[in-house]
Design a protein around this ligand. Structure first.
Ligand code: BGC
Length: 728
């Protein structure tokens, strides 16, 4: 009897703990929307389509439809902003985990980590009661001057596509919508609010659209943000080709299109050309704001008037209401959503792992890194970026983390046996940036102090780079130069003269000129790493973690070596009205490879503390048809005495093509973990039809027949083997 009772209890427990409440099915959602729309007044439908505050839209209280709340994005949940101004609201319960910037995530080449990033971010968004997180950003890295590259996933459409999909899945599992942005061609900040981009269909489809398409079709993104700029003479936030034809018709996007803040410019165009929700800062363009101006938005009172007069058919607002309600049934009207959590050890763990795997070791002469933490040595840590909080600044992606471990703190904690001396060396205290050095300090006194410290140290670590101030990796402006500012270039050279045992850590989201490289023993690309920055840096510097990050974009030697800059001003930055992407499909490494211009550091490049050999490359055949898959398998040997991970990259090229082609393009990759002295077998599979080019004559993808070449290597300019195959 007792036993039966126990069994029943056990059964009940299994039922209780296993029943995961099911959410609305697609059919249920559509049926519910069918019921709701006729109940809405015209005014209520219109009011769903525009902001009621800086980051929310109104619900319909009498029908129990809640407000929709959004937040930036994309590296953590931004602090609360006031209802009707850009001032922070000053809450005390809105500090969060700052995850590394998306360039760092891209450098991990690790889709599992991208999923964990998205999941943890989604959990924090839920806890903060957000329905839409404004990210990820997948604009393609076209020039190292773009102020917002740090928020994006690099220069390669395949890599950005692969990583944004699991990020979106992770976020949306929480009942929080990802908002993929900025669709599309917002590849510079200068004149972003109006510049008209002219680009060929081929470059559009092959380079700039794929990550958005993957986000929609594979990621199932529930919302998308239009870009500020224009494409072919029409603003991207209400663009017939981009939003109606491509996004909604061709790709079947069923979610809501949200403007970038202030990105709408016309009521009729917004109504007819694909916009669903207008957000903004004012009614008169990007920055002017009348208090509580939301009723004057293009998709507010003027939209209502045009609908009422019959200038715009009611079916237009019905479609927008349907999309917005669909977004709500997936988020704030879901049957059930997880509660979310914030600042957990698990989230901090994700932030640290992404940072560890994203840090890229670019140079390591004589085994400079790792530095043994047991040694009783003196380490001079020089540079403003050793202590500067990098979650601050940058624009809308700025974060208010519960804590941020600086590189100096991380190093001090890990290197307890060493004597650590810090000296600022330089400061971004330029009055032009609103920062002034207090007298008696100036750049020269800081330099002299640093040189003294450097001269008596065993090892010097210089932490410099950019800093998320205006013109230094920040929204609203591009960088003004490719080299480092604030006297850093000279400072590095002078430090090297007093102590050549020097390693440099670049904290930036962009490539920079490295004319001082020969005078340094080692170089690390350190990104903006979020809450756990200093710990992750120390993990790599100490060798607790073996670096495995790879560059998601090329470092050209000089700016003119970059394809966007080769064609002069009309290509970048444009003539202030128009801009032509004259490098066309040859973005990033595609340009360097095809034009034979050696980069300083190539796309896909990154060193390890061990040495890998890729060998035994075999394919599942040498002749394929369109529907076939090409499988490549290989062996990776770890020749050293440290465990590590290597990113094996598969590029494909087509010689003798009927159209211009890049020498090769990334089509697949695999990150393989290999124990010291051991080997691992890996494999990459690609669809033959993904080798098609976009044929402007037929407005469709076209798979050329004939000979192709596959390249396997561990960076775009380090290829272990080339092999020919045929497409018939
Ligand atoms: C940015 C967006 C951001 C929005 C809201 C805009 O200025 O371009 O990326 O999501 O502001 O803060």
């Amino acid at each position: 009897m007792k036993r039966d009772l126990l069994l029943i209890l056990l059964g009940l427990m299994i039922v209780v703990f296993n029943v995961k409440a099911q959410n609305w099915s697609d059919q249920e959602i559509e049926a519910k929307i069918d019921e709701i729309i006729p109940k809405l007044t015209l005014r209520e439908k219109v009011d769903l389509c525009h902001a009621q505050s800086k980051f929310s839209t109104a619900g319909v209280e009498r029908l129990g439809i809640p407000e929709l709340w959004m937040a930036d994005g994309p590296h953590g949940v931004r602090a609360e902003i006031s209802w009707d101004s850009w001032n922070y609201a000053g809450w005390t319960n809105d500090s969060i985990t700052a995850f590394p910037a998306l360039t760092c995530l891209a450098a991990t080449f690790n889709e599992k980590l991208a999923y964990q990033f998205g999941k943890a971010l989604g959990e924090e968004a839920r806890y903060r009661k957000k329905d839409v997180i404004l990210g990820p950003g997948v604009n393609i890295y076209r020039t190292p001057l773009n102020g917002r590259n740090f928020e994006y996933m690099g220069e390669d459409p395949h890599l950005a596509s692969k990583l944004c999909v699991p990020y979106i899945h992770g976020v949306q599992e929480n009942g929080v919508a990802a908002c993929i942005k900025h669709y599309v061609l917002n590849n510079q900040e200068l004149w972003r609010d109006h510049i008209n981009v002219e680009v060929s269909d081929r470059a559009l489809y092959e380079i700039y659209l794929p990550a958005f398409k993957a986000a929609v079709q594979e990621g199932g993104a529930w919302s998308l943000m239009g870009a500020y700029n224009q494409f072919r003479g029409q603003y991207c936030c209400h663009n017939e080709i981009l939003l109606n034809d491509i996004l909604k018709d061709d790709w079947g996007f069923d979610g809501a299109v949200i403007t970038d803040w202030g990105g709408a410019h016309d009521t009729k165009e917004s109504a007819l050309y694909g916009l669903d929700i207008e957000m903004g800062t004012g009614t008169n363009g990007l920055t002017f704001s009348e208090s509580n101006a939301y009723q004057n938005y293009f998709l507010a009172a003027p939209f209502y008037e045009m609908l009422k007069n019959g200038d715009i058919p009611e079916s237009v607002v019905d479609d927008k209401a349907r999309r917005i309600l669909r977004l709500m049934f997936r988020t704030n009207m879901a049957k059930t959503r997880p509660l979310g959590s914030i600042n957990t050890k698990a989230h901090q763990g994700v932030a640290r792992r992404v940072a560890q795997e994203g840090i890229v070791l670019l140079k390591n002469e004589g085994g400079f890194f790792p530095i043994d933490p047991e040694k009783k040595i003196t380490i001079a840590v020089i540079g403003e970026n050793a202590t500067r909080q990098m979650t601050k600044g940058g624009g809308s992606s700025e974060l208010k983390p519960q804590f941020e471990i600086s590189p100096l703190e991380g190093i001090k904690e890990r290197f307890k046996n060493a004597t650590i001396i810090h000296s600022m060396g330089y400061a971004s205290g330029d009055p032009a940036y609103g920062r002034v050095l207090p007298p008696p300090y100036d750049l020269d006194s800081l330099k002299q102090a640093a040189l003294k410290v450097a001269a008596k140290a065993d090892i010097v670590l210089f932490f410099g780079g950019l800093n998320k101030n205006h013109h230094q990796d920040c929204e609203g402006g591009d960088r003004l130069q490719y080299g480092l500012d604030f006297g850093q270039e000279e400072l590095i050279q002078e430090i090297a003269r007093v102590n050549n045992n020097l390693g440099v850590v670049l904290v930036s989201g962009n490539a920079v000129a490295t004319p001082w490289l020969d005078n340094t023993k080692a170089l690390i690309q350190g990104w903006y790493l979020g809450s756990m920055a200093g710990h992750a840096m120390a993990d790599i510097i100490s060798g607790d973690v073996n670096p495995s990050g790879k560059l998601p974009f090329t470092f050209p030697v000089k700016l003119e070596d970059n394809g966007a800059h080769y064609y002069g001003e009309i290509s970048y930055p444009g003539d202030s009205i128009n801009q032509e992407y004259l490098e066309d499909i040859l973005v990033g490494y595609r340009w360097h490879d095809t034009r034979d211009i050696a980069p300083q550091f190539a796309f896909g490049y990154g060193l390890s503390y061990t040495n890998f050999i890729i060998s035994h490359i075999t394919t599942n055949g040498d002749s394929f048809e369109k529907e076939d898959k090409l499988q490549v398998s290989f062996r990776v040997n770890n020749e050293g005495d440290t465990d590590g991970a290597e990113v094996v990259q598969l590029y494909i090229g087509k010689e003798n093509s009927s159209v211009p082609r890049a020498q090769k393009e990334l089509k697949g990759y695999q990150k393989v973990v290999v124990k010291a002295g051991k080997s691992t077998i890996g494999s990459i599979e690609i669809n033959i039809k993904d080798l098609s080019y976009y044929d402007e004559n037929i407005d469709d993808w076209n798979l050329e027949k004939g000979a192709y070449t596959l390249y396997i290597g561990n960076s775009s300019n380090h290829i272990s083997i080339k092999k020919q195959f045929n497409v018939r």
